[in-house]
Design a protein around this ligand. Structure first.
Ligand SMILES: [Zn+2]
Length: 451
């Protein structure tokens, strides 16, 4: 497994050493690293080969690369000789984007995650309860909880978050003794509420951290997790394109320290622009992540937490929570409904619309009208993922039906609102602090997320 790989261990050691340097020395180290990366890899990549500026010009003077440019010409950003895994992710307005990720880049990713978790004393190999959809599939075989030895985790399906599942989980965690809870905030929330209602649970006494990635969390969720699990929330920022990786500061909430080994972050016109240093299979130079942040300030002194790394503040973006609701009004993150399948590559844009409890419509646009069996295949893939929690239908719509006046497509067009009673569950200590109004579920609430 990645956690024991010498590559991960070496990276982790390198990161720890860098973190002891002064900010100016970190910047100098990174400049040399960038220089080497450009000379070594960019000259063989068609898009960069054309102009010598990419090999030696000032980084800040190179053009900004958009998602759409990469989407339309993925091959011209691909290194011809570096072995890679193909990954499909959401592009602008729900259009799929094909990426190539080198094998060392995957390992490096784990090292950076390990570095962030270490703040709470959590190692990659420690026992965890994980609420994520990324690994969903046949492995679950219709069961809501799966033990994965490779990751030493009890993986809980984000589509089966019911009291019955949690009762089963409670039995398993008595012996398993997890030291971390990891996953989507929207999926951990029902569990946290259940623990608040039924706890304390001896099996959770060893929890040292709540690890959150992939989507934003509301402040009330962070408070809920820290109170219920009596452990700090650890968050980090990254993206499938692997250009910038940042871990949340131990002293300042919503401040993220950028890892110099992973990539270079700039903020241009309010957007995070990243130059990746780990993925030689598809190097992205000055890539527009479409995530927003406050302007970068020069790092002169170390942060109060001790880090010499630059900081991104107020990151906002594509990871905003976009939820649909299952048959029991349980929130399901659309981040869990990943579209890493060729069946979805036929569509130009995709969007979920929910109008009724437990029912969701996948709306797609396509330049050439998809055949009925293509639509049925997509529907079946989604239905398999969500099991009996949601009834899925698929329909083809016009592009104009999907995009806003500003030209962006909503990932979730949420027209349904769960009832107040299901949304409002008391916490363990019976504190009234988590009122319904604090959960963003006011009357007339309509949730939508733009990509
Ligand atoms: Zn800090």
């Amino acid at each position: 497994m990645a956690a024991q790989s010498p590559l991960v261990v070496a990276h982790l050691r390198g990161l720890a050493e860098l973190a002891t340097l002064e900010p100016a020395d970190v910047a100098a180290w990174q400049a040399a690293r960038l220089d080497r990366f450009r000379r070594r890899w960019l000259s063989a990549v068609p898009h960069y080969r054309r102009s010598p500026e990419y090999l030696r010009g000032e980084l800040s003077e190179l053009p900004v690369l958009t998602k759409e440019t990469v989407r339309q010409a993925a091959d011209s950003f691909t290194h011809p000789f570096v072995p890679a895994r193909k990954v499909t992710t959401g592009g602008t307005g729900g259009r799929p984007l094909d990426l190539r990720i080198s094998h060392p880049s995957f390992f490096t990713e784990w090292a950076h995650i390990a570095h962030v978790w270490a703040r709470a004393g959590v190692r990659l190999t420690d026992p965890k309860i994980t609420f994520r959809g990324g690994s969903l599939g046949e492995g679950f075989a219709g069961r809501p909880i799966l033990f994965q030895r490779t990751y030493n985790q009890l993986l809980v399906s984000p589509f089966h978050l019911s009291d019955r599942t949690f009762d089963e989980l409670a039995l398993m965690m008595r012996d398993f003794r997890p030291v971390a809870i990891w996953g989507y905030p929207s999926a951990i929330t029902p569990f946290a509420r259940w623990v608040a209602r039924t706890g304390p649970h001896a099996g959770l006494r060893g929890v040292r951290g709540v690890l959150l990635a992939s989507e934003g969390a509301f402040d009330w969720q962070l408070r809920l997790f820290e109170e219920v699990f009596e452990a700090p929330v650890i968050r980090w920022y990254g993206q499938s394109e692997k250009v910038v990786f940042a871990g949340e500061c131990a002293q300042h909430r919503s401040v993220y320290h950028v890892m110099p080994t992973y990539g270079i972050a700039e903020v241009v016109e309010g957007r995070i622009i990243g130059t990746g240093l780990t993925n030689a299979a598809m190097p992205l130079v000055r890539y527009d992540t479409e995530d927003a942040a406050a302007p970068l300030e020069p790092t002169v002194n170390r942060c109060a937490c001790g880090s010499p790394f630059p900081a991104l503040r107020d990151i906002r973006g594509r990871w905003d929570q976009s939820l649909v609701y299952g048959v029991d009004d349980e929130p399901i993150s659309t981040a869990a409904l990943n579209f890493h399948d060729n069946a979805f590559a036929r569509f130009d844009r995709i969007q979920f619309r929910q109008e009724h409890r437990g029912k969701v419509e996948l709306r797609v646009t396509a330049t050439r009208r998809p055949a009925p069996h293509d639509l049925e295949l997509a529907r079946q893939l989604l239905q398999d993922r969500v099991g009996d929690r949601l009834a899925v239908s698929v329909s083809v719509v016009e592009t104009a039906d999907l995009v806003t006046q500003r030209g962006k497509a909503l990932v979730v067009d949420q027209r349904y609102r769960p009832t107040e009673t299901t949304a409002n569950t008391p916490t363990r200590r019976g504190k009234p602090s988590l009122s319904t109004s604090g959960m963003g579920r006011r009357p007339g609430f309509r949730q939508s997320t733009e990509r």
